[in-house]
Design a protein around this ligand. Structure first.
Ligand SMILES: Cc1cc2nc3c(=O)[nH]c(=O)nc-3n(C[C@H](O)[C@H](O)[C@H](O)COP(=O)(O)O)c2cc1C
Length: 321
């Protein structure tokens, strides 16, 4: 998710779930080819498995960008066919590609020819007037014929004209049944449902109908929900880490980032929701959101926020510093 799931966010989320597949923000093929690759593609091996999401509509450029992505160590290449923003439409990619299934098939085939990792597609259930069940089936059939086995489907259509990207995540109604029926019609494909899923209880209900669940805003705003994912959704025996254990495990990573000249807020901004719904969560959030953006903010800000929210126990950590 743009501006959210950067490498620091993913490192943090990985401490909460060893098994969930994490995705990058969308990176355009053009940016991969021409931009600062270390900044755009660099990540820590601890974040894996990670999928690189690409945006674009030029077969040669996307194929090249996918090959570069694989060489950086990504575990999957995902093509964005779901983003409705104007900027993306002007580049003729994102959700507007749902109107061009044959082109998407060519894009997928071109990328698959250059990489050994899976090439997957994230799409909507429809766009504008092209939103019938038959339209979605035609799109999926065409792209699956090019070798895409996995579709992450945001269960609402996008209106490309008239709604902002934010409205397009809220206004068109969710239609989970459409995604369930897609799975029933194409059982050989891996169908992952997305959109409005708020809890692991809801995720478990969806998993009775589809192969996977993609969590966006809920997981970002309340990241601790990821702590139960391994046990509940993957059947892993491990107990969930406590919030405090997760914060403690972040400290060496934050210190390394600061020593390398990075800013505390690059990381702290992703952690604000860790205590969502817990006592003193608001003070934790306020402490971090006020102090972490300041010039020169150091690890002591994180330790202080931790002391506030965890109480006296964390003083030991402070004293050990
Ligand atoms: C801030 C923000 C940025 C997003 N960026 C992307 C993106 O880069 N690629 C993408 O496929 N979807 C992106 N999305 C959409 C989400 O992946 C997801 O499809 C949508 O929010 C619905 O799922 P949710 O209700 O679980 O959040 C973004 C959503 C938000 C809120």
């Amino acid at each position: 998710m743009m501006d959210w799931t950067d490498r620091h966010c993913r490192f943090f989320h990985r401490l909460l779930s060893a098994r969930a597949l994490l995705y990058t923000e969308m990176v355009t093929a053009e940016a991969v080819l021409r931009g600062d690759r270390t900044r755009l593609l660099g990540f820590s091996p601890e974040e894996r498995p990670v999928g690189l999401q690409l945006g674009g509509s030029d077969p040669a450029k996307l194929a090249e960008a996918a090959a570069i992505g694989e060489s950086y160590g990504y575990d999957e290449i995902n093509l964005n066919v779901g983003c409705p923003s104007d900027r993306v439409q002007q580049g003729r990619f994102g959700a507007c590609l749902m109107a061009e299934p044959e082109l998407v098939a060519r894009l997928v085939a071109g990328m698959r020819a250059r990489v050994t990792i899976p090439v997957t597609v994230k799409c909507r259930i429809g766009i504008d007037q092209q939103d019938s069940e038959a339209d979605l089936e035609r799109f999926v059939a065409s792209v699956a014929a090019a070798g895409c086995r996995t579709f992450i489907v945001h269960a609402r259509k996008a209106w490309l004209d008239g709604l902002s990207p934010k409205e397009n995540r809220e206004v068109p109604p969710l239609d989970y049944g459409r995604v369930y029926r897609l799975k029933a019609a194409r059982p050989e494909l891996e169908i992952v449902i997305n959109g409005g899923i708020q809890s692991l209880d809801e995720a478990e209900t969806h998993l009775q109908h589809v192969d996977g669940v993609a969590l966006g805003r809920a997981a970002y705003q309340n990241p601790y929900m990821l702590a139960e994912v391994d046990r509940r959704l993957f059947g892993a025996p491990a107990a969930a880490p406590s919030r405090r254990e997760v914060l403690e495990a972040m400290l060496p990573y934050v210190e390394r980032h600061l020593r390398g000249g990075g800013r505390l807020n690059n990381i702290a901004r992703h952690i604000l929701g860790l205590y969502h719904g817990q006592p003193r969560a608001r003070t934790f959030r306020r402490c971090l959101s006020e102090l972490a953006p300041r010039e020169g903010a150091g690890i002591d800000v994180l330790l202080e926020a931790m002391r506030i929210v965890e109480g006296a126990g964390s003083a030991r950590l402070l004293a050990a510093e």
